[in-house]
Design a protein around this ligand. Structure first.
Ligand SMILES: CC(C)(COP(=O)(O)OP(=O)(O)OC[C@H]1O[C@@H](n2cnc3c(N)ncnc32)[C@H](O)[C@@H]1OP(=O)(O)O)[C@@H](O)C(=O)NCCC(=O)NCCS
Length: 255
């Protein structure tokens, strides 16, 4: 069974318990009419990044993703969206700096197609990845830079009809892990083996570079719309994952 089968719209901001992860999904199209107000929430560096996109659709997704992220984090931290600031770790992972005295929280974000995905946990790191299925999937895609020998062999065994589902399930499971650790693509993705079949439980089977990862992380698939795959990676101390929809009607109300 997938994690987060039910994405609920919470009537009020949910409380983040110490051993929980919350994962939020938002639709870019739903937030589109609020774009001018959303731009106001971004800091100068985010606005500059937004301005650099060649295609309006990419810019809109970026603006919506960063604004929704700020709105959610501000609610958790008891401040306002525009007053948050971020630091960036060595391989690019952003961390939020809350107001003095606020509890620490960790987050991670991913955006693709119409989907924005934001995961939040208290203290322990978290990683999330979403991908929109584009292009053909064939053996040429099973690059040794990104997939281990075990994974490439497993992918070859998958029937033609299930190749997209398997490829993107594996890809998002792997990216969510390196986003949880914060390493990103800096060490490649071939040094660890993830389960491949989208219909079996996701699991990190082996990590030849970081053995400690094998016992540390729990991998969860996310149930999404057709042509999307998503995965979440949390510390094993996290015992519950709750899934929510981030909608403008409930979140743009001032509190
Ligand atoms: C992180 C990374 C895997 C993202 O992949 P992606 O599928 O293109 O993008 P996603 O939508 O899933 O995630 C993007 C978000 O992940 C977050 N992110 C960026 N770097 C990250 C990292 N190292 N770890 C975790 N999260 C990261 C940011 O919030 C980013 O959002 P933004 O680009 O809107 O600011 C990839 O871009 C990467 O590895 N970047 C780092 C580059 C690198 O390795 N540099 C070498 C420096 S040592």
């Amino acid at each position: 069974m997938k994690h987060a089968d039910r994405w609920t719209i919470p009537p009020t901001m949910p409380r983040l318990e110490s051993r929980e992860a919350h994962v939020w999904r938002a639709s870019v199209a739903q937030w589109e009419t609020s774009q001018p107000a959303l731009v106001e929430l971004l800091d100068p560096a985010e606005r500059q990044r937004a301005a650099q996109f060649a295609f309006p659709a990419d810019r809109q997704r970026f603006v919506a993703a960063h604004a929704v992220l700020r709105i959610l984090l501000a609610r958790y931290l008891g401040t306002t969206a525009a007053r948050l600031s971020f630091t960036t770790a060595a391989a690019g992972k952003p961390h939020v700096v809350g107001p003095a005295g606020a509890a620490n929280i960790e987050f991670n974000m991913s955006h693709a197609g119409d989907c924005i995905m934001i995961a939040v946990t208290p203290v322990s790191p978290v990683g999330v990845d979403v991908e929109y299925w584009v292009g053909d999937v064939d053996e040429a895609e099973f690059s040794s830079e990104f997939f281990s020998e075990y994974e490439r062999e497993e992918l070859r065994q998958i029937s033609r009809e299930r190749q997209h589902a398997a490829f993107f399930a594996l890809w998002t499971r792997k990216e969510a892990l390196v986003k949880a650790t914060g390493k990103g693509l800096s060490q490649g993705l071939a040094h660890f083996d993830m389960t491949v079949d989208p219909d079996t439980a996701p699991r990190l089977l082996a990590d030849r570079l970081h053995r400690e990862n094998e016992a540390r992380w729990r991998v969860c698939d996310l149930a999404l719309d057709a042509r999307y795959s998503g995965a979440l990676v949390v510390d094993r101390r996290v015992t519950a994952v709750r899934a929510f929809r981030a909608e403008p009607t409930s979140l743009l109300v001032d509190r």
